[in-house]
Design a protein around this ligand. Structure first.
Ligand code: BTN
Length: 270
């Protein structure tokens, strides 16, 4: 798996991040097809230990709805951070997990909200309608699973650190160095990883409720006219306590929970 990692990357990831995540194996590789694909492969092979897998470059990065996630063109310039967190999880209810993950990452990147880092349902992170972070969440069921058994959760996160071209992205990119000129992949990972694990464990214990108001505080769609990829159009009234998107249409209030739809402020293309 992967080719040998650049020494600086491996050293800094190991030195900075591993001590923050006791119980997790922290791995850094120079190149891989996709950190999500790798952890899902391992889970299907029965390897379900907690792990953080970071790659300098992905050759087949994946996004939501089967879309590709382009790797940074110049990994040596540390222009992106791509990683996946894998861990067994057994919440009573999975609804709202992806939103809770978005809240955690947005708060780590912009704790005070000064830089207007916002959340676009279900879990994109935007700044001024430009995409800063993409999140892809997948789960694998153990072969011998009981219905209420833990699933292996894989949370894949791609963060634009340096400038990147739009290169086919549906939403124009934003990047962290626009306001944090010294940002680097290991340091960003250091600020994001530990709160993310804490948030996932809080979600497992308490569900989406502790995250609902925090999501609302950064919701970039609330109060805007939106269009969904399934044709629904209306006024976004924010997110419900179960994590569903609320859209007021001519037919009344619709609660959108499907992961299979994409939503855009009206006028923006899919
Ligand atoms: O915006 C999206 O549609 C989600 C993008 C998720 C990209 C990350 S990068 C690390 C992890 N590995 C992948 O192949 N995808 C996720």
């Amino acid at each position: 798996m992967g080719t040998p990692t650049s020494a600086w990357f491996e050293e800094r990831i190991a030195a900075a991040v591993a001590p923050l995540l006791p119980g997790f194996m922290v791995e850094a590789v120079a190149e891989i097809d996709s950190t999500n694909t790798e952890l899902m492969r391992r889970a299907r092979a029965g390897r379900t230990d907690p792990v953080l897998l970071v790659a300098e470059r992905q050759t087949a990065g994946r996004g939501r709805l089967g879309r590709p996630w382009q790797s940074a063109q110049q990994p040596e310039a540390q222009s992106s951070l791509t990683f996946s967190l894998g861990m067994p999880l057994a919440p009573a209810d999975w609804s709202g997990l992806s939103l809770a993950v978005g809240v955690s990452v947005a708060e780590s990147l912009d704790p005070t909200g000064a830089h207007k880092v916002g959340l676009k349902w279900p879990n994109d992170i935007w700044v001024n309608d430009s995409k800063l972070v993409g999140i892809l969440i997948e789960t694998a069921m153990p072969q011998t699973a009981q219905p209420d058994a833990a699933r292996y959760l894989v949370i894949g996160i791609g963060i634009n650190i340096g400038p990147r071209e739009a290169d086919g992205m549906r939403t124009p990119p934003a990047w962290l160095r626009q306001w944090q000129p010294e940002a680097s992949a290991p340091e960003v990972l250091q600020s994001v990883a530990e709160p993310l694990v804490r948030s996932v464990l809080a979600f497992e214990a308490h569900g989406f409720a502790p995250f609902a108001e925090r999501f609302a505080a950064r919701d970039v769609l609330r109060g805007r006219e939106v269009t969904l990829s399934d044709g629904t159009a209306g006024l976004c009234e924010g997110v419900a306590w179960g994590g569903e998107l609320q859209v007021r249409t001519d037919a009344g209030l619709q609660l959108i929970s499907s992961d299979e739809v994409s939503v855009r402020p009206r006028g923006m293309s899919f």
